[in-house]
Design a protein around this ligand. Structure first.
Ligand code: UDX
Ligand code: ADP
Length: 473
């Protein structure tokens, strides 16, 4: 069976995954027409905006969109037309953790995947390769297949592939241009293998063949969860050790450096922090926990659960350290929080540690000035409201100010808390910040970002993750 040559691709979902991924496919495959669709008109308008004011901030993305948009890359809300025309459809819709019902707080909400799948079944009049790109629990492809087959028209076949995305936000463009691997899962039938080859041919336009791995459907789905769980596990491991460092006088940077020199361990993802965030790690681990429980494997579930519990502990421990260091009370004090995104080089705030920290500071009745170079203000208000649903937004606004710069955030503050590792916070004029603050002026580095010795010389009392607290003189 010879694989179909893909000439038209539709991507359902113009978010952090679908947008960058399919923009790069369009750039690298000028012979393929790529249409990215979304129900959200405002999002599509932003992708189409004349001044390239794109709905997501990702270094290098604008350049790619400038080159391909209008050539073979299109953004539209006409979902049906794009489905109808495509040979291959990526499903890149959101799969948040369920908020209610069975599995609430753990299982993925597959409602968006199901609705998109049903739309494909209703509209399609010719054969389609349907690719699940969103991170989903194992066996979702099977459910998609059942829905598609139960609703398809005669002479219209669907082949389902799993092709999880491994890009990290902030480095998405490099990750897409030079992926460590592309993973494609299919049923091991002649039709499944042929569909898999069709997609592999798309990636082969720029990805070396040896980096394109083809596996069974369920291995592919589980590999994505496994990769994220193991990355997060490294962070929780180093964060657990950071607590020991703080209590003993060891330095977590030195420990992770020494540990990372072991080639079997390697240096990446060993940076202690105030806690990992992002749309994937927690969600995927909780998915794995839910899956393990459903499979009656409670020990496996408990093992992975601990990675998330350790992350919560790390955030809580950090807020507590701020309170303890500020003479055991922050009531009425002003705290400048630098960074609101879950990591540098993105405007994404999903599961950001900054949200938990600010919530903790507010419940201690402190005032907070927050500054982030990329996160839009409405997003900050939405996140803070969602974190404290019982507190009216007006009350939150009485305690929180969004500042236009780090200088303004630090003005009149008692302490600075670094929540995101934006480079500009490292290079900032700390002397100037110091001058504007109440004394003693405290810095809490939740990202191992700043030169603690330099700041101490200026006069700051610096507290760093994974190092003992300074003596207050
Ligand atoms: C992650 C995976 O890396 C990616 O492969 C997958 O496709 C999606 O999930 P992302 O969440 O975008 O990507 O960013 P990542 O760089 O993994 O960082 C996640 C969180 O861990 C951030 O909050 C980051 O600050 C934190 N982190 C990362 C640490 O605290 N320490 C580290 O050493 C690395
Ligand atoms: P991710 O990080 O997984 O890309 P996002 O929330 O950034 O998640 O993007 C998912 C996008 O999918 C959203 O813009 C949402 O509007 C879109 N979406 C969800 N369901 C559908 C659907 N049935 N048809 C088209 N777009 C959809």
């Amino acid at each position: 069976m010879s694989p179909v040559k893909v000439t038209k691709i539709c991507c359902i979902g113009a978010g952090y995954v679908g947008g960058p991924t399919c923009s790069v496919i369009a750039l690298k495959c000028p012979h393929i027409r790529v249409t990215i669709v979304d129900l959200n008109q405002a999002r599509i308008d932003a992708w189409n905006s004349d001044d390239f004011n794109l709905p997501i901030y990702e270094p290098g993305l604008e350049d790619v969109v400038r080159q391909a948009r209008g050539r073979n890359l299109f953004f539209s809300t006409d979902v049906d037309k794009a489905i109808e025309e495509a040979d291959l459809i990526f499903v890149s819709v959101n799969t948040p953790t369920k908020k209610s019902g069975v599995g609430a707080g753990f299982a993925a909400d597959l409602n968006y995947v199901e609705l998109a799948t049903r739309r494909i079944a209703t509209i399609a009049r010719s054969n389609k390769i349907v690719v699940e790109k969103s991170t989903v629990p194992c066996r979702t492809a099977e459910s998609m297949r059942t829905i598609l087959e139960a609703n398809s028209k005669p002479n219209c076949r669907f082949d389902i592939l799993s092709n999880p995305e491994f890009l990290a936000e902030g480095t998405a463009m490099t990750d897409l241009f030079k992926p460590d691997r592309v993973l494609i899962g299919s049923l091991q039938t002649p039709e499944g293998i042929s569909a898999c080859q069709s997609l592999a041919q798309v990636y082969a336009n720029w990805v070396p063949k040896e980096c394109i791995l083809t596996v069974g459907l369920w291995s592919s789905e589980l590999s994505k969860l496994a990769a994220n769980a193991m990355l997060a596990q490294r962070i929780s491991s180093i964060n657990a050790l950071s607590a020991i460092c703080e209590a003993t006088g060891a330095n977590i940077d030195e420990v992770s450096n020494a540990v990372g020199y072991d080639t079997r361990i390697g240096p990446k993802f060993l940076k202690a922090s105030v806690g990992f965030g992002g749309s994937c790690f927690q969600k995927d681990i909780l998915n794995l926990v839910y899956l393990s429980e459903s499979l009656h494997l409670p020990e496996v579930a408990a093992y992975w659960r601990q990675v998330v519990d350790m992350n919560e502990y790390q955030k809580r421990r950090f807020s507590q350290r701020v309170v303890d260091t500020l003479f055991k009370t922050i009531t009425g004090k002003r705290i400048a929080v630098l960074g609101f995104a879950f990591k540098a080089d993105t405007g994404d705030t999903r599961e950001s540690a900054a949200i938990t920290l600010i919530k903790d500071f507010l419940s201690e009745r402190a005032f907070v000035n927050v500054y982030d170079p990329k996160v839009v203000h409405e997003q900050i208000w939405m996140d803070l409201q969602e974190a404290s649903p019982l507190v009216p937004l007006d009350n939150i606004k009485k305690q929180v100010t969004i500042s236009p710069s780090a200088f303004e955030a630090a003005q009149g503050a008692d302490a600075i808390v670094i929540a995101t590792e934006w480079k500009e916070f490292r290079d900032i004029d700390w002397e100037r910040l110091y001058k504007g603050m109440n004394k003693p002026a405290f810095v809490f580095d939740g990202r191992l970002l700043v030169d603690a010795e330099k700041l101490t010389k200026i006069g700051f009392k610096v507290t760093t993750i994974g190092r003992p607290s300074p003596l207050l003189t």
